[in-house]
Design a protein. Structure first.
Length: 703
């Protein structure tokens, strides 16, 4: 959000419009911070010696399918940490209200692009996954996704966008629709995915009536004629019913219901929704003229109940989709949510995928977000837990920063829990129905976590609950992206202006560390700095560490470097601590002591300083193969240390001199998750870790 963009006076969930009158760059009296609940289940307490999912899911949901007995499956896509590998996983919710379960065992390091389930056998699933180099693989599961076996690997020369399972009298055939920038094509497999051939003259979308073995519907290559196969998809012929596809119009989706005879639905973007009850012999317009649905579904046990989804809401027919029988069951205002990309009928539903969010339609006509606890594709940059009240937890992530001709641009996200992790909320403000300004950082007051600073891209808000009941006061207007509260309530703010300090509750601010790097022997031409993180010692809040991203040229190709600064007087003055990607961890109960973890020619060095960084002593050298990224102290046991490595979590009981493996591994959530990015110990003893390949997990060690 730029400084001169508007901020709503009353902020509400993004699916509703909100008036805009208060400019955050101006002097507004108050502002309401909006938080969108991500999870609703009670907190899952950490298991002993076993890693379990914890906190919010931040993956992009790309597909949705439901089985005949009501399980939901989604694919969750995310970028795998610093490797920038676009991964895609499968998660299952066995029943409404149940937690999501990871279903990726055997998928290697997956990028799942399509998922299909047998319409009669809910234990049989197929998945298409793209590996490094664009190699396409097909996996099969016979146990509801608990395990997968690769049945095909090859270069299809295109991306599979959708899989369809069509029943035969003795087995199934699989149909794969292509996507991407190339021509749309259709593949067929008659041996459960082991081999594939292209079907000439047809393309997707595809519909296969579950109760009519051997029947498959598709489109002609030009997309203007519905084609029908009665020999398990080997050959197709045009249906006799005319479909009025006008110039410039297109078929959006096909759907065939359960039952005999099946009802076939064809949705045209402009022409509307058409129905055939005689296998394509004739088509009749049943509604939605000029605005055909983007997704269709019907119930396995009651094919007369048909659902249609589009941007204005979800509609239901109780009469098999006959003309005039669709009625709205969930209505939203124009452009409040993206059009549903997938629709599934399941108990407690229907459910639909809108953008990358999953919703369900219940008794209330407003779509409700579906609990996503367990879908763990969360790239954690920082986790803060209030030392005075561990029920307050803030998760901060940033995907990186880059120079842009004198400016340093960074991408931040912030989530907050005030109930110990039972629920997390996305912190920020909606600018429009489809635009959300993320909060960049949050700082708890060391004495009272209900009093906190929140940094938006256009200013800093002071929030004190419950007295202010969600109302915040603007204490600074500017592009600061990180905040802290030091001893005696001193406010600190960092960003493209360097480090600012306020000792009077935000009324006035002064510069404590300049944005411009003055020329010297190290930087003969000077440069610019962007403060990307501020961290107050929770055990001695007059000690503060700043992480600065510094550029010498300001040009887009300048990679920059990390420089750490320290302050022993609550941010009033600063001095360099050291250069490099060093991780800093404070020692509980010892104000001047800290651990430093950084790369060296010998490996990854762990050093300890007892004079606040003036000098340090080598404690341990981790070999290169360990790839240690983070260390954490235990507030309940000062001699205990934990290290995040490429093979999991290591523990030291003697201040870092010797290390041992900890109990519990990440194999149940993908062996590729062993490489960890962050580790931290909560005040209540939970060990929390974030893998490079997405996720946030917790463990409680027995000893």
């Amino acid at each position: 959000m730029e400084p001169h963009e508007t901020v709503p006076a009353q902020l509400v969930p993004y699916r509703f419009a909100a008036p805009s009158w208060c400019r955050i760059s101006l002097s507004c009296g108050a502002i309401v911070l909006w938080v969108a609940a991500l999870v609703f289940n009670p907190a899952a307490y950490a298991a002993t010696n076993r890693w379990t999912p914890f906190g919010p899911g931040d993956g992009r949901l790309l597909s949705l399918v439901a089985t005949s007995r009501g399980e939901l499956y989604v694919t969750s896509s995310f970028t795998a940490g610093s490797l920038s590998f676009p991964a895609g996983e499968i998660w299952q919710r066995p029943s409404a209200g149940a937690p999501w379960r990871w279903r990726g065992l055997g998928l290697e390091t997956p990028k799942v692009t399509a998922l299909a389930v047998h319409p009669k056998n809910p234990n049989a699933l197929w998945a298409a996954s793209t590996g490094p180099g664009g190699t396409q693989s097909i996996f099969r599961s016979g146990d509801g996704g608990a395990s997968w076996r690769k049945v095909y690997t090859g270069d299809f020369d295109f991306q599979i966008a959708r899989l369809t399972v069509a029943t035969t009298r003795t087995s199934v055939v699989l149909l794969a629709e292509t996507g991407g920038s190339g021509a749309k094509r259709l593949l067929r497999s008659a041996d459960v995915g082991a081999s594939w051939v292209e079907i000439q003259g047809v393309r997707g979308p595809v519909a296969a009536p579950p109760d009519e073995p051997g029947t498959v519907y598709a489109l002609s290559t030009l997309g203007t004629v519905v084609m029908k196969s009665t020999d398990n998809g080997r050959t197709f012929r045009p249906t006799t019913g005319a479909l009025p596809v006008a110039a410039g119009d297109e078929v959006r989706t096909l759907h065939a219901t359960y039952g005999q005879p099946a009802a076939l639905f064809v949705s045209l973007r402009v022409g509307g929704l058409f129905r055939s009850g005689n296998g394509g012999g004739s088509f009749h317009l049943v509604g939605f003229r000029h605005d055909g649905p983007s997704a269709l579904a019907s119930e396995p046990g009651n094919p007369r109940k048909v659902y249609a989804g589009k941007a204005r809401g979800i509609y239901q027919s109780d009469f098999g989709g006959m003309g005039g029988s669709f009625r709205p069951i969930a209505v939203v205002s124009l452009n409040q949510i993206p059009e549903p990309a997938a629709l599934a009928a399941a108990p407690g539903g229907p459910y639909f995928l809108s953008g990358t969010d999953l919703y369900r339609v219940g008794p209330d006509p407003t779509p409700l977000p579906v609990d996503r606890k367990g879908i763990e594709a969360f790239g954690l940059a920082e986790l803060r837990i209030s030392p005075t009240d561990p029920s307050f937890i803030a998760l901060r992530r940033y995907t990186g920063c880059s120079p842009n001709f004198g400016e340093v641009l960074c991408d931040f996200r912030l989530l907050l829990s005030t109930d110990g992790g039972a629920t997390f909320n996305r912190v920020g403000t909606p600018l429009s129905p489809r635009s959300f300004a993320e909060a960049a950082d949050l700082a708890f007051d060391p004495a009272d976590p209900r009093r906190r600073l929140i940094a938006l891209a256009g200013g800093i808000i002071l929030l004190h609950e419950p007295e202010e009941t969600g109302l915040g006061r603007v204490v600074h207007s500017g592009p600061e992206s990180t905040v802290e509260i030091a001893v005696d309530g001193i406010f600190l703010a960092g960003g493209s202006n360097g480090i600012l300090i306020s000792e009077d509750g935000g009324s006035t601010w002064t510069t404590a560390l300049e944005q411009v790097i003055p020329p010297d022997l190290t930087h003969p031409l000077g440069g610019i700095r962007r403060i990307v993180d501020l961290l107050t010692n929770p055990y001695a809040p007059d000690r503060v560490i700043a992480r600065s991203l510094e550029f010498l040229t300001g040009l887009p190709h300048d990679p920059g470097r990390i420089v750490l600064y320290k302050s022993a007087n609550a941010g009033r003055s600063w001095s360099p601590l050291r250069d490099g990607e060093a991780d800093v961890e404070f020692v509980p109960g010892e104000p001047n002591s800290l651990f430093l973890l950084f790369a060296s020619p010998a490996g990854t060095e762990l050093r300890r300083s007892d004079d606040f960084g003036a000098t340090s002593a080598l404690i341990h050298v981790f070999p290169f193969g360990d790839q240690v990224n983070d260390v954490a102290t235990d507030p309940n046991a000062p001699g205990a240390l934990y290290a995040a490595t490429r093979l999991g979590v290591l523990r030291s009981r003697d201040g870092g001199a010797t290390w041992e493996a900890t109990a519990g591994g990440f194999a149940p959530f993908g062996s590729y998750r062993r490489a960890l990015r962050r580790v931290q110990v909560a005040p209540d003893g939970r060990l929390i870790a974030s893998p490079n390949f997405g996720g946030l997990f917790e463990n409680r060690l027995s000893n």
